[in-house]
Design a binder for this molecule. Structure first.
Ligand SMILES: [Zn+2]
Length: 85
């Protein structure tokens, strides 16, 4: 989880001025939760209840973000959508 958030944070610099920009952790965390919520969608929790559903969505989001981080041109999908709006 931590590695995924760290990698995701690096995609959210506070400013695009220079390579030393600090990551915008608040935005990164918010968008991380957005991704988890999108994976969960409106799904009705199956047996096992809400907790295991959230945990599975969380694991899916972590795996997704770590995989995406391998791509250098990757941008946060939530950011992309906000810029388009
Ligand atoms: Zn974002």
């Amino acid at each position: 989880m931590k590695a995924a958030v760290l990698a995701f944070g690096a995609r959210h610099p506070l400013s695009f001025v220079g390579p030393d920009a600090e990551p915008d952790w608040k935005t990164a965390e918010k968008h991380f939760i957005c991704v988890i919520e999108e994976i969960m969608g409106e799904a009705i929790p199956p047996r096992g209840g809400v907790t295991s559903t959230v945990r599975r969505a969380e694991n899916a989001a972590i795996a997704l973000l770590l995989a995406l981080n391998e791509a250098t041109a990757y941008r946060c999908p939530i950011c992309v959508r906000q810029q388009r709006a």
